[in-house]
Design a protein around this ligand. Structure first.
Ligand SMILES: [Zn+2]
Length: 322
């Protein structure tokens, strides 16, 4: 969704399973993060550290007021000074998310992750470059394309993120880490025309595998609708992922299962390859539908119509008991 500031913010709508019941305080049993701006470029390599002093300064410049930073192995977390334990817990989660993203999407290295933990919705909106209250109920938002520059960054919802279950926090951060990692590879944000089901599906699929949750647990609402109405006619349209969409949770599940099917039928390398091929076709000037067609033929040896048919069968076989 394109907000007023030109910031592409990707919101995550959560499966009901991951939504809060009792509030739980963040518990970092053994934080591996070292507080403070201690890390510079590793060794003697001249390559700039994406989380080095310049990135730290940029991250701090964007934060309003006193800040504490926690540096993980792959993550830099910025938040208020009084929340050290929570920020350390976020760094542990973000490090794990970066490693899961690299492993599951065959990236050469875990992506650097910048994570902000704003204290209120006004700060969240300011960091997102959107209007006040724009993301008031989001568990997390990823800023991928920002006219003021900076590394893609994950913003945690001031209350919604902490209110999630442990699995929920891991799920959300992993999902958003995929968006941030892909945005880095795209040089800012997804190329215009990228089908949202593909990006949301990839992000959700990685999060599901990383957390070990099952579709029987997560996709119960989709299973119910399948039982009532049969499979959807087509892959979810971009608008289906808007937070205002009543059926957004179904769209996420449909997209995630499309990606799971790609992995089942074509192997784990096929999913990142499909996403890369789609981005390349878009950058070569094709529109979204043509780019998807090109990428599916090249990577999956199929076309969107056949893919959709297979996906309809897959949804039914995965979610409805025989
Ligand atoms: Zn997303």
């Amino acid at each position: 969704m394109l907000t007023a500031g030109g910031t592409l913010a990707l919101l995550l709508l959560l499966p009901p399973l991951l939504l809060p019941s009792p509030p739980s305080a963040p518990t970092a049993s053994a934080p591996t993060a070292a507080p403070g701006p201690s890390a510079g470029p590793p060794g003697d390599t001249p390559a700039p550290d994406p989380l080095g002093p310049a990135a730290l300064q940029d991250a701090l410049d964007r934060w309003d007021g006193p800040a504490r930073t926690v540096r993980g192995t792959h993550a830099l977390v910025v938040g208020p000074p009084g929340r050290r334990a929570a920020l350390e817990a976020y760094a542990v989660l973000a490090d794990a998310a970066a490693e899961d993203v690299a492993r599951l999407l065959a990236l050469p290295a875990p992506p650097p992750l910048i994570v902000y933990a704003p204290t209120d919705n006004a700060a969240l909106a300011r960091l997102a470059g959107g209007e006040p209250g724009a993301h008031a109920h989001a568990a997390a938002v990823t800023v991928t394309r920002d006219p003021t520059g900076g590394t893609p960054r994950v913003l945690l919802g001031p209350t919604a993120f902490d209110a999630l279950t442990d699995d929920g926090r891991r799920f959300v951060l992993t999902h958003e880490a995929v968006h941030a990692a892909l945005a880095l590879r795209d040089g800012g944000g997804p190329p215009a025309g990228m089908p949202r089901w593909l990006d949301e599906g990839v992000a959700d699929w990685v999060a599901v595998v990383a957390t070990g949750l099952t579709e029987r647990e997560l996709a119960a609402p989709l299973a119910e609708r399948l039982a009532r109405q049969g499979p959807p006619e087509r892959l979810p349209a971009d608008a289906a992922f808007d937070s205002a969409s009543a059926d957004a949770d179904l769209a996420y599940a449909e997209a995630r299962l499309a990606c799971a099917m790609v992995v089942r039928d074509h192997g784990p390398a096929a999913l990142p390859a499909l996403r890369t091929a789609t981005a390349e076709a878009l950058r070569a000037g094709q529109d979204g539908a043509a780019a998807l067609d090109t990428a599916m033929r090249a990577v999956l040896d199929t076309d969107p119509a056949t893919f959709t048919e297979r996906w309809q069968h897959y949804l039914t076989s995965e979610l409805l008991p025989r």
